[in-house]
Ligand binder design. Structure first.
Ligand SMILES: C[S@@+](CC[C@H](N)C(=O)[O-])C[C@H]1O[C@@H](n2cnc3c(N)ncnc32)[C@H](O)[C@@H]1O
Ligand code: SF4
Ligand code: SF4
Length: 340
């Protein structure tokens, strides 16, 4: 383990809680989630997603060589999950199934989110046979007219057919994986949990799927659709993204956050010889953690408009859990933090 970071998931959880409680910015554990983005380009222009209008950032699909280079590092960092998607549409990468197979062979848990527009029979079969564990269909609503307005460029009927076909292929193979998740997006409402509508459940009734409901968010102020705006910063404890996740874009640039497709906060570059482990505790990453911890985000794009910072998000636990976290930090974390 050349990077020296803790990769055991239970210990990682204890260290995470303690790092947040203490306001530490150098982290002795590896990320819970790593994104490798197979393709940051997209075949849709969804009204609520900054992909539809972001400006200067280059777009493309990750090369196989870069993927292999990145995967070797991810396999050593042992995140709890590898996300093979991020800023664009992963299914546009012709080697996506090969990527999944290589990651599964490296004993990683792999998840994809897709709009399912380009999910041909061949691609669906390829992903199933590669051993993909989770796929989430971003299918926002059962309302055909609303769907086609929100997912500009998509066809309701075609996408429903693509999703049903993939489910049928898995059924025919007798496999348990991938787990199919259907994600409905619902308007934000204060103080309640997002819930699926009955119409949405009815549309896929009888299919072996997990229903998910998600609030629309402002994508750190970069979405043009939502009214949702950051509201005050009372109760901020930390930015959980910066303590749990990291993103490798299609070209090897390492982004601090999955809500930053423009790359305001680039913390490393695989193409320049940086590693994901170095980026995780790079000076820029430490500064981002410090500034978001302190609510010192004026002029810090895109965090200055991010609603994730407006939610009180204290990392609480039982008294016993607190003792375990402190002990883990004293035994593992503390002596690695000299370089803060
Ligand atoms: C940026 S997309 C990339 C993956 C793929 N293109 C897709 O649509 O599933 C990742 C996830 O973000 C969700 N998303 C995009 N904009 C959003 C917003 N403003 N609020 C909530 N979720 C959003 C999408 O529905 C998708 O599940
Ligand atoms: S939500 Fe997904 S499909 Fe829609 S524009 Fe964004 S990246 Fe593309
Ligand atoms: S505060 Fe910044 S780093 Fe954290 S989720 Fe929001 S945009 Fe990303």
């Amino acid at each position: 383990m050349k990077h020296g970071l803790v990769t055991n998931n239970a210990v990682r959880g204890l260290l995470y809680r303690e790092a947040v409680r203490r306001g530490e910015t150098w982290l002795p554990y590896s990320p819970f989630t790593i994104y490798l983005d197979p393709c940051n380009a997209c075949n849709l222009k969804c009204t609520f997603c900054p992909q539809s209008h972001w400006g200067s950032r280059a777009r493309g699909c990750m090369s196989w060589e870069l993927f292999e280079h990145a995967l070797a590092q991810v396999a050593e960092l042992r995140p709890a999950r590898l996300f093979l998607f991020c800023f664009g549409e992963a299914t546009l990468n012709d080697r996506l199934a090969d990527m999944v197979r290589a990651a599964v062979d490296a004993r990683l848990r792999v998840r994809i989110h897709t709009n399912a527009v380009a999910l041909t029979e061949e691609k669906a079969r390829g992903l199933i046979e590669a051993g993909l564990q989770n796929i989430r269909f971003s299918f926002d609503t059962a309302d055909r007219e609303l769907y086609e307005r929100m997912r500009a460029g998509s066809s309701f009927d075609r996408v429903v057919a693509n999703i049903r076909r993939m489910i049928a292929i898995r059924r025919a193979t007798g496999r348990a994986n991938p787990v199919f998740e259907l994600q409905e997006i619902v308007p934000y409402a204060e103080g309640v949990k997002p819930e699926n509508t009955q119409a949405y459940r009815d549309l896929f009734e009888g299919e072996n799927v997990v229903f998910r409901a998600k609030f629309m968010h402002s994508f750190a102020g970069q979405s043009r659709e939502t009214e949702f705006a950051a509201q005050g910063r009372e109760g901020v404890s930390h930015c959980s993204q910066l303590y749990r996740r990291i993103v490798v874009n299609f070209d090897g640039k390492i982004h601090a956050c999955c809500l930053d497709p423009e790359g305001y906060n680039i913390v490393g570059d695989l193409a320049q010889g940086d590693t994901i482990a170095e980026a995780w505790n790079s000076p820029r990453m430490l500064e981002l953690r410090r500034r978001t911890n302190e609510g010192d985000v004026a002029g810090l794009e895109p965090c200055d408009d991010c609603e994730l910072l407006t939610r009180a998000n204290p990392v609480v636990g039982s008294p016993l859990g607190r003792i375990a976290s402190s002990l883990a930090w004293v035994c593992i974390g503390a002596h690695r933090c000299g370089g803060v």
